[in-house]
Design a protein around this ligand. Structure first.
Ligand SMILES: [Fe+2]
Ligand SMILES: [Fe+2]
Length: 433
């Protein structure tokens, strides 16, 4: 195994890297968390790779490492993560630490390991995972095994059944069948990401965590429904969406950052529709501050039942009919507004009427299917959201811009020609990119 030095101070990110880099690339990793330790350990160990934060403790850590490598004539690939100064000799850089595909790929490339070698890597039939990681999950996606003193494996907890952590041994290893190890590792990774606090993350990482959290939460809400755990995560995600919409004064910047981080369509559209609808409510004459909370709920939950970007892009009966989705998926798309509305209806202390608004977000009062035109019986808030969604769709179509707001508004006027929409479209036209 190749010894890799990881310099990172966030304990959860350390765990994420340990888990993923050992599983995917088979690295043997030594972790240090301070600038001092990083510089001291350099001349003591023969590292094959260094993965380091660009900056730590307000110092340009990667630069310092590069300098020291120069002094000692060390030639070790240096992979730099996070914002800050990137030294010239860096073999790779990533702005956000939670681009795990990028980290795995970068580490493998630096060590000359090919994708094929990673796939063909020899793995024992049972893959060990430390109990401290298992403590993070409640519903194991695979059977969990323990190993007896004689080396026999036996199931200690079956797949898809709630784990009783009080009965599980601590400080030991559990095992999962080798073909199912990535499923387990990916779930633990998502759980670790969901525990990160936005305030410890840079703006790229906030987006990467947002993508992961909405996916994790959607799966959990659809399987276990509302629990203390899912409610907490929902609150955190809603907060993050609103903050992101507020911090970024210009929508164009936020969009660029999201595209640069390859945000999923589902997350991208949830974040942008939050921005657009918050803007509308702030400027429309019937808007009140309380409605901001409503907007948060609508934006976050309205498509939460959807599982992937293909489902999320469907916006009409015709598109649904023509899609290649199987019957189950078509049913889900058809009913997603209704499913989300029911979920929010049960959400403790959700703002009044949010479930109704979610039900109407494709113009149908009962939350089933897609309306051809938007009836007079929709509430003003539902109308506002329909416009915000359509505008979001137009923006996302433009990818990295340019975003000509007048030109985009022209499309809106053509889609929504009646007077009910006029005022809202005028407000949308004032969004700055
Ligand atoms: Fe949507
Ligand atoms: Fe929808």
């Amino acid at each position: 195994m190749s010894l890799t030095l990881l310099v990172e101070s966030n304990p959860r990110i350390i765990d994420i890297y340990l888990l993923n880099l050992t599983t995917y690339v088979g690295l043997d990793i030594m972790v240090v968390s301070t600038v001092n330790d990083a510089l001291q350990v350099l001349d003591k160990q023969p590292f094959k790779l260094i993965i380091s934060r660009a900056s730590l403790e307000q110092k340009n850590l990667a630069e310092l490492i590069a300098e020291k490598m120069g002094q000692q004539q060390l030639s070790i690939p240096l992979f730099v993560i996070g914002h800050g100064v990137y030294p010239k000799l860096a073999t790779g850089v990533l702005g956000g630490s939670l681009d795990l595909k990028g980290v795995v790929k970068g580490a493998a490339q630096a060590l000359g390991i090919t994708a094929q070698q990673m796939v063909q890597k020899k793995v024992d039939d049972f893959f060990p995972i430390h109990s401290r990681y298992i403590q993070l999950i409640n519903l194991p996606p695979t059977d969990l095994f323990e190993k007896s003193a004689e080396g026999q494996f036996r199931v200690i907890a079956p797949a898809h059944q709630k784990l009783d952590h009080s009965t599980l041994p601590r400080d030991t290893f559990f095992y999962v069948p080798k073909l199912e190890r990535l499923q387990m590792v990916n779930l633990i990774t998502s759980e670790l990401i969901s525990q990160l606090d936005d305030k410890d993350l840079n703006p790229d990482e906030v987006i990467q965590a947002g993508v992961s959290n909405i996916e994790l939460l959607s799966k959990k809400l659809m399987s276990i429904g509302l629990t203390e755990e899912t409610i907490q995560l929902a609150k955190k995600s809603m907060n993050s969406l609103a903050q992101n919409a507020k911090i970024n004064k210009e929508l164009g910047k936020l969009l660029k950052r999201m595209h640069a981080n390859q945000a999923s369509y589902l997350f991208l559209h949830t974040q942008i529709v939050s921005y657009v609808s918050l803007h509308i409510v702030k400027h429309i004459d019937w808007g009140t501050p309380e409605q901001e909370e409503k907007i948060n709920f609508i934006c976050f939950f309205h498509d939460i039942a959807l599982e992937n970007d293909i489902q999320a892009k469907i916006k009409s009966k015709e598109e649904l009919r023509k899609s290649n989705l199987d019957t189950r998926e078509k049913n889900l798309v058809e009913n997603h507004a209704q499913i989300a509305a029911e979920l929010v209806h049960k959400y403790p202390h959700a703002p009044m009427g949010v479930d109704q608004l979610i039900r109407q977000h494709h113009g149908m009062l009962n939350g089933i299917g897609f309306a051809d035109n938007f009836g007079a019986n929709l509430s003003p808030m539902a109308i506002m959201f329909v416009v915000a969604e359509e505008f979001t769709r137009i923006i996302i179509e433009r990818e990295n811009g340019p975003y000509d707001v007048k030109e985009m508004a022209k499309h809106l006027k053509a889609t929504f020609p009646t007077s009910r929409f006029k005022k809202i479209i005028e407000i949308v036209e004032k969004i700055t990119f």
